[in-house]
Design a protein around this ligand. Sequence first.
Ligand SMILES: CC(C)(COP(=O)(O)OP(=O)(O)OC[C@H]1O[C@@H](n2cnc3c(N)ncnc32)[C@H](O)[C@@H]1OP(=O)(O)O)[C@@H](O)C(=O)NCCC(=O)NCCS
Length: 258
Amino acid sequence: MSRTREEVIDELTLALLYLTRFNDSEGSPFNEMAWKNYDFDAIDRLDKEDLIIDPKRRRDGAYKYAYLTEKGREKARKLLEKYDVEDYPLYERFDFRTVKPEEAEAVAKIEQICFPPNEACTPERIKERIDVASDLFLVAIDRENDGKIAGFLNGIATDEYAFRDEFFTDAGLHKDYGKNVMILGLDVLPEYRKQGLGRELVYNYCRKEQARGRKRLVLTCLQNKVKMYTKFGFIDRGEADSTWGGEKWHEMDITLNI
Ligand SMILES: CC(C)(COP(=O)(O)OP(=O)(O)OC[C@H]1O[C@@H](n2cnc3c(N)ncnc32)[C@H](O)[C@@H]1OP(=O)(O)O)[C@@H](O)C(=O)NCCC(=O)NCCS
């Protein structure tokens, strides 16, 4: 049965929302937008003979914010496949999903590569976290390299507000329906860095937890990472109540739901 005109418009709009998503720091709970009403750059690329532009309409007045949920993104990616359109390269190459129990060892190895011994989480603790909160343990899988794990982001949920070092050492503090998520580690293997994978792990995590109704993500980081997390939409709350690894830490957080 052929589809109606409206159905096709809906499909193409969803695909357009997905294709034109970009990063922006205004007006969004985290620094990623799916769409800002129209992608004017795309409109500017169209053949002028095919467009009538209403000169009375101001561009800045026309902006509206919109995001795609994970479900919407999934749907959009399927549409792109259907229309044989290339996706954002990171999504072509990497699959973002929750960790599997049998991946605990591989993940622990990545942690040892990414962090110095005084900061790295031990393999036993990684396993404990996966046992109690695997759905808060997101991995990026390299489809082009036999399903190798390229990076991950993990945390545990709690109703507590501030970060404390016991979250690193006691996965038993995890509460499935906790309001907030304490982020315990963001790791990207050296050969996969500087391609946007860390950022995509964070955004992916934010979207999932926002959809689940979590209020905040909280993390601690060294001074030299404050700028990076600020770019992701986190706010620096100053010096943290943490002495992990004998270092000085900043507490940072991002609001997902008010
Ligand atoms: C930090 C880390 C996760 C970044 O991963 P990545 O995939 O290279 O990050 P991205 O490519 O998504 O970079 C996103 C942004 O952060 C910035 N950034 C990345 N690594 C950074 C670093 N080490 N210091 C400061 N800024 C950094 C990038 O410049 C980029 O900004 P831009 O888009 O304006 O250029 C990765 O280097 C890593 O695993 N390091 C060791 C473990 C670690 O320090 N984890 C964080 C602990 S709090």
